[in-house]
Design a binder for this molecule. Sequence first.
Ligand SMILES: [Zn+2]
Length: 373
Amino acid sequence: MPDSLDHAQRLLAQLRFPSGDPPPSGTLKNVAPAIWWLRMPLPFQLNHINLWMIEEADGWVIVDTGINMDETRQHWETIFARELRGKPVTKVVVTHMHPDHVGLAGWLCARWNAPLHMTLGDYMSAQAIRNGIVDQADTRGAHLLGNGVPADKVETFARHRGGYSKGVGPLPPSFDRLIHGHPLVMGGRRWQVIVGRGHAPEHASLWCPDLNVLISGDQVLPKISTNVGVWSNEPRADSLTWFLDGFARFRALPADALVLPSHGFPFVGLHTRLDQLVAHHDARLAEIAAATAARGEKGATAWEMVPVLFPRHLDNNQVVFAFAETLAHMHCLETRGYVERRTGSDGVHRFVIVKPMSAAAAPDDDTEVFDVV
Ligand SMILES: [Zn+2]
């Protein structure tokens, strides 16, 4: 829709992108003292991920790894052959458990005999999902059925996440823990771990006051909005509330910090982007509240509200993310007291409006492209 495109362009124009074009795969680009930007391909609609390397006196720190596929490993080998100036990789730091970020962590750690740094929540979640301990197909099926997904679609959708262990190679059996507020020394400077929730269990962003640089991971992205979903292993999660609550930790940082995101371009305008994202979610909450109100006492399932938030055609992969995101908005409305959950004798959760919500002023934008889970 032209209006949505114009709106997206207007939002982008409020940010600055000082680092220029991305480096070709297999090469590094310097973006701040001792910080290097690299890109790896992804086999999805979202076709790239940004990774970071931090140069130390006697080695290199890798931040995020790319997805587990041969092409990524080949690009890494090119970088190792050409760019390391004879120094080894000494640390692998992973922001969160999604395959594009953690996929090659095990391979990199083994390749360099380097430790893996992750939060407890994301290391354990990655291990549990990869090894089939949580998030099995029947749990996913029950979660989808309970939120109104028709039985004939459940089987297709419930199989969707089986690809996790393909995109993530075996992980090291031990790790070094990242904790919110605690320091991590990289490149001879102290960085501070900032944990955010809602996109992943305990997503670690990394803040360096000396450099005024934030490695934001997927927690703050410049163009697309981060996927915030409710998934079957935590079916009552209030992911959107948790996600938005975490913004306070980023608002405490300087407005002119250079933000290094996992997708898109490095940018300046952190507070502006947070404002845009709050407006985006407020608008979507208002839309879903209005559509739920229109159904009166009958109420609405999360599945029935997917076309309200995502009116365009979605493929099977996108629908799974759209559903998870719609449910996250519904749970946020429930927490804020706008809707109430009524669970029928069929076990299906329907939401009924109990307090009107005034429409948010911001127009809806349709820029959402899904991140990889
Ligand atoms: Zn992610």
